[in-house]
Design a protein around this ligand. Structure first.
Ligand SMILES: C[S@@+](CC[C@H](N)C(=O)[O-])C[C@H]1O[C@@H](n2cnc3c(N)ncnc32)[C@H](O)[C@@H]1O
Length: 237
């Protein structure tokens, strides 16, 4: 590992905005803040997760746009979240935290109905490894254990495969599985900047105009950006 990355790792551990629990504290156990994130933030505002946050551009960017909401960027890579955590700290943002952990263990961190929104931005499409896709059945099954009914799931990506997999396979498979919940599609565009964004209100346009590190790379290569939004509803089945 490079010297710079090691320095970032060491610094991330000391940062007020970063929570990095040892694996043993959360493996098949509840983390100390599960069900208590409102206490951590000191308010009852909505809790919004940015999964696979990388540098956390959406947690910081949305944290500024919505001062009344609370944002938690989650990723396993500490060196990446360093820049978002630094920015949140420098700006004195009380409504942003970063959590270094595997998303696979997310149910150890959040209680039933504790989360209002989940954002997934430019997650790896995991071609050939469907069980690892963050919008696959296994993950959707975890999300319903913490997302409120009426809460939203957002996916912004460049990958045609992840986009098609999510809307044509994973969500329909989940909805057919009779788990007591359905993901209802609210918004779908495969050309966000050329078409979809014009149908959204000004604030949502501002949010979707936040560019992540990976997004900028794909845009520079001329890729089209896709965006899907679902609302979680209790199902009557
Ligand atoms: C392609 S990067 C995207 C990062 C960021 N969202 C962006 O757009 O710049 C994917 C990120 O997902 C994280 N990741 C993938 N699977 C994960 C998992 N199961 N748990 C935690 N992080 C994960 C990786 O560490 C990586 O930072």
């Amino acid at each position: 590992m490079g010297k710079n990355k090691l320095k970032k790792f060491a610094k991330v551990k000391e940062m007020d905005h970063v929570i990095e629990p040892p694996f043993s504290e959360v493996l098949n156990k509840d983390f100390r803040l599960k069900g208590k994130w409102s206490e951590e933030f000191g308010n009852d505002g909505p809790i919004v997760l940015e999964l696979a946050c990388g540098k956390g551009e959406y947690s910081v960017g949305m944290g500024e746009i919505y001062p009344g909401k609370n944002f938690i960027g989650i990723d396993i890579k500490g060196s990446r979240m360093f820049s978002g955590a630094m920015e949140a700290e420098e700006k004195g943002m009380e409504n942003v935290r970063f959590l270094r952990t595997k998303i696979d263990m997310i149910t150890s961190f959040f209680a039933k109905d504790e989360v209002d929104e989940i954002w997934i931005l430019f997650a790896d499409p995991q071609l050939g490894r469907p069980r690892k896709r963050l919008t696959g059945y296994l993950f959707l099954d975890r999300y319903i254990q913490l997302l409120k009914p009426g809460g939203t799931l957002h996916l912004k990506c460049d990958s045609k495969d992840l986009y098609a997999f999510t809307k044509d396979e994973a969500i329909p498979e989940f909805n057919a599985s009779n788990k007591g919940f359905q993901f209802e599609k609210e918004f779908d565009t495969n050309e966000l900047y050329e078409e979809g964004i014009h149908a959204l209100d000004e604030t949502m346009q501002q949010v979707l105009n936040i560019r992540t590190y990976y997004e900028q790379m794909w845009l520079d290569q001329g890729k089209k950006i896709k965006y899907l939004r679902y609302r979680l509803e209790r199902s009557l089945k």
